[in-house]
Design a protein around this ligand. Structure first.
Ligand code: HMG
Ligand code: MG
Length: 323
């Protein structure tokens, strides 16, 4: 990564779709991923190995994963497909599919079928109340649960991403989440072997000053910007403002969702992620690069919003398609 390259992690097919009320066909999900793969984006969150009774929209993740491994969408670059795993069982289910299909996690492996890499994301929260709501256990228990998941992933060459939720505000405990606590959990995930940690403003309560305060706490804990991603939900319209703070501080990995899809089932009232189109537009306006075509991404935002019967939440996306 050069200092003016920003890597965008497209979370629409997972964070975006997990909260949709309307049921979404697997064909639509796969078509979304197939289209995203052609935009220049290099990491796509494709699903979540969670129990269907917790998140019904992610129930088809096994089929999606199998499909992406055996019939990868055409793309210019190697694409990393990432799956959320809440516990060891989630990872075991993913590994089973990889072994059945014979496609290794790392595309540099020997099989020519592997035009993709496979990654996982693990998640912990910065408040006890959110940890209980989202993972049915305390923060300490969730970190204990994560250790063997990271170990198993490493033995299978699977890259690991960690998340720290509610880093800038909690639906149960309010906006004043302790940045030192966020930094401690981030450091713990990295020490366990996570390859990067995405610090998440789940509720969108973050403001520019508190984002800066958080980044300084992460720095004080010795966390390098290269190990860090930022994940902003846009509930209060502050995601791009906070992104600029992150960019100025030196962070170069950001998560976003095409069309601004999404929300979190355990964070009432929180809206979707910042839209990928708006993020790409902002990054490009600063003379920095993403490798992503704003035009192609905008067409997808417009298409998927129509498929889901919801408003397109991307300002830059709407402006781009109507040009
Ligand atoms: P639990 O109920 O304590 O788990 O949930 P359990 O071990 O007692 O199992 C309950 C049932 O699920 C059992 O079945 C298990 O067999 C089954 P039953 O006996 O009732 O028939 N089960 C599974 N099935 C399929 N796959 C599995 C699996 N594991 C158990 N992997 C658990 C604990 C962690 C599983 C649950 O709390 C959970 O799934 N939580 C995840 C919730 C979630 O997905 N939240 C949204 C994603 S996180 C997010 O959006 C935030 C993020 O975007 C960043 C941000 O913005 O903050 C990443
Ligand atoms: Mg999220």
């Amino acid at each position: 990564l050069t200092s003016d390259h920003v890597r965008i992690v497209e979370v629409g097919p997972r964070d975006g779709l997990q909260n949709e009320k309307k049921s979404i066909s697997m064909d639509t999900k796969l078509e979304l991923i197939r289209r995203l793969a052609k935009t220049g984006v290099t990491t796509i969150e494709a699903g979540s190995f969670v129990p269907a009774k917790w998140v019904p929209q992610m129930a088809s993740t096994s089929e999606i994963c199998e499909h992406l491994l055996t019939t990868p969408p055409k793309a210019q670059d190697t694409i990393a497909y990432n799956y959320l795993v809440p516990n060891i069982r989630g990872l075991e289910n993913l590994v089973k599919i990889m072994e059945t299909t014979g496609v290794p996690a790392d595309a540099t492996g020997s099989t020519s079928k592997a035009a993709t890499t496979t990654e996982v994301s693990l998640f912990a929260a910065a408040t006890e109340a959110f940890s209980q709501a989202n993972t049915n256990c305390s923060i300490a228990e969730s970190l204990e649960r994560i250790k063997p998941i990271v170990s198993l992933a490493k033995t299978k060459n699977i890259r690991v991403r960690g998340y720290v939720s509610v880093a800038l505000g909690c639906p149960y405990e309010g906006p004043d989440v302790d940045p030192v606590k966020v930094a401690e959990i981030t450091a713990t995930l990295l020490e366990m072997g996570a390859d990067e940690v995405s610090v998440a403003d789940t509720t969108g309560m973050g403001t520019a000053p508190r984002t800066m305060e958080l980044l300084l706490a992460l720095k004080a804990a010795g966390i390098a910007n290269t190990d860090l991603a930022l994940h902003f939900h846009d509930t209060y319209g502050q995601a791009l403002v906070n992104t600029i703070v992150g960019l100025e501080h030196g962070v170069r990995i950001f998560d976003s969702s095409v069309g601004g899809l999404g929300g979190c089932p355990y964070s009432k009232g929180a809206t979707g992620n910042v839209s990928t189109e708006d993020l790409v537009h902002t990054v490009h306006s600063l003379g920095m690069h993403t490798g992503i075509s704003l035009e192609e991404m905008s067409k997808i935002g417009s298409w998927i919003s129509g498929e889901l019967g919801r408003a397109n939440e991307s300002r830059a996306g709407k402006a781009t398609v109507s040009r």
